[in-house]
Write a protein that binds this ligand. Structure first.
Ligand code: TNX
Length: 528
């Protein structure tokens, strides 16, 4: 036998051996089955002997009299009372701890857990949750919910018992920014829908909601100085429905509702492209002083603000001025994507000037990755969605990156070829594809230190109502939450999918319309 043949044979043997091992590995259950099914996976979970039982005699005790901690206690009581049928109350603790109760307190001992971390001790008939900041307590409460049986999420009384095994959990996030985006421009979503989405993301410890408030098909936020933006620009949507918009009061209500759940709202006004709704509302925003027609299709890249007109910048200053005063968070999103009909020599100075306008409101700029073609300020953030080269340009200028790679993190991408909703221009994103990536390893040159966090956007060209929204968002959202929260070295799809399978019961209890992916071993449904 000649040398080459020998090599080929050895290779074949190795390959066969490898395939056999792989088959065995796939058939065997993983060595360590998850005992708790917490998503996102906590930093450390140590089980001990004993259990805690929630009963009608249980009370939530808070240390001190702070109204904010009181509110967090009330949030927990509101999560526990409907399904248990109990009337668990929130009281100020008098020091001594007694059996059957839950204790929430702030303490600054453990600096490594940061502002969002918490420590949870469940032991024989007592629960102690401590954190350095209220946000940490709020996150710990999400863990308590997940330690209870799934039916705790139901809205009518269920049979107990309500038992949690003893456990000590220490937990804090990998990234400070764990976001979703909702496009309310292509299809409008009512305030109550947005609130439900906020509640669902809060359950997975996500902390930012980016609202895409304007696009070619609709302008969704009242601007007092430019009222036709909503009376005309807000009057339609994709497919020609009646659209809608948020009054400033409604928007403020969303911001407050989110803040009570430790979620920051980031408003986006997309420009200079994606602006047909504004251009249809005010003829003077067009270079030819003629208003465009309202647009109800799904093409992108055909509209632009008139970058040469001074009025355009007055308009932008007015819009961001009003938005800044409605927005307690530090960020305003200026869009900047797909401005295909804006010449690059106009686009660059435009984005530079808009950054100045935003800076004058006291806020920091976030823009889609194209904005890095201009001179991004070191305090601006570049949101990577399509072009790694753009994001790298941002990093070289000192900007941090928000990771939203379309092929991994777009909630509007179809799961597979059989999906009826969604698009697939960036590929199909099954639940494993959405989970199996590390933001710090995706683009050479963009490392952990360059990344603010991760965001999963839902564009709504094909998504028309809450039922459809939930189908695209679940079960992928818990995976994005885990990418943002849990250390990459601790994550693996084979283990994660078992925990996710258990969350099927929670989805059902919450009446979430989710995609029952065949890749996930869903556990038995909860009884109705
Ligand atoms: C690209 S992502 C867009 C959106 C579309 C989306 C559809 C981005 C910054 N721009 O205008 O809605 O694709 O997936």
């Amino acid at each position: 036998m000649n040398f080459k043949k020998q090599i080929t044979m050895v290779k074949t043997f190795l390959l066969l051996g490898f395939l056999t091992l792989q088959t065995i590995a796939m058939a065997m259950p993983p060595k360590k089955l998850p005992e708790f099914n917490i998503i996102p996976l906590p930093v450390s979970v140590v089980k001990s002997a004993g259990t805690f039982k929630l009963t009608e005699k249980s009370t939530i005790y808070i240390s001190g009299e702070s109204a904010e901690i009181q509110q967090i206690g009330k949030y927990l009581a509101d999560k526990l009372n409907p399904a248990t049928g109990f009337a668990i109350a929130v009281k100020s603790s008098e020091g001594n701890q007694s059996a059957g109760n839950i204790y929430l307190s702030l303490s600054s001992d453990d600096a490594t857990i940061g502002d969002e971390g918490y420590q949870l001790i469940v032991k024989q008939n007592i629960i102690k949750l401590t954190a350095r900041k209220p946000a940490g307590l709020f996150n710990g409460i999400q863990t308590i919910r997940q330690l209870l049986p799934a039916k705790i999420e139901m809205s009518a009384p269920q049979a107990g018992p309500w038992v949690i095994p003893s456990v000590t959990i220490r937990d804090y996030p990998e990234y400070p920014f764990r976001a979703v985006m909702l496009d309310v421009a292509r299809h409008f979503f009512q305030v109550d829908d947005v609130k439900r989405y906020i509640d669902l993301m809060a359950g997975y410890k996500m902390n930012v909601m980016h609202l895409h408030l304007s696009d070619d098909q609709g302008w969704r936020i009242e601007i007092k100085k430019w009222p036709k933006l909503t009376s005309i620009g807000g009057s339609s949507q994709v497919g020609g429905g009646k659209g809608g918009f948020y009054t400033q009061e409604q928007y403020a209500d969303i911001v407050k509702y989110a803040a009570e759940r430790y979620i920051m709202i980031i408003p986006e006004i997309d420009m200079p492209g994606h602006t047909n709704a504004a251009l249809a509302s005010y003829p003077e925003l067009n270079c030819n002083d003629k208003a465009t027609e309202i647009y109800t299709g799904t093409e992108v890249g055909f509209s632009t603000l008139c970058t040469g007109k001074e009025l355009t910048y007055q308009f932008i200053a007015d819009v961001f001025g009003e938005l800044a005063s409605l927005t307690p968070g530090p960020y305003l999103h200026i869009g900047g994507d797909e401005s295909h009909v804006t010449k690059l020599e106009d686009y660059i100075p435009f984005v530079n000037r808009v950054q100045e306008i935003v800076a004058a409101t006291g806020k920091q700029v976030i823009g889609w990755d194209e904005i890095a073609l201009s001179s991004v300020k070191p305090k601006s953030f570049v949101q990577f969605w399509a072009k790694a080269d753009n994001a790298l340009k941002g990093v070289k200028q000192g900007a941090k990156v928000i990771m939203s790679p379309a092929a991994k993190a777009y909630l509007d991408m179809q799961y597979d070829k059989s999906s009826k909703l969604g698009l697939h221009w960036a590929g199909y994103i099954e639940v494993d594809t959405g989970y199996n990536w590390d933001p710090a390893k995706l683009v050479p040159g963009i490392g952990r230190e360059n990344i603010l966090g991760i965001e999963a956007p839902l564009w709504t060209e094909t998504v028309t109502n809450m039922n459809e929204l939930e189908y695209m968002v679940f079960p992928r959202l818990p995976g994005y939450a885990e990418i943002g929260w849990s250390a990459p070295a601790a994550r693996s799809w084979n283990e994660y999918k078992l925990r996710l399978g258990k969350h099927g019961e929670r989805f059902k209890a919450l009446r979430i319309n989710y995609y029952p992916s065949k890749l996930v071993p869903w556990s038995a449904p909860v009884s109705k």
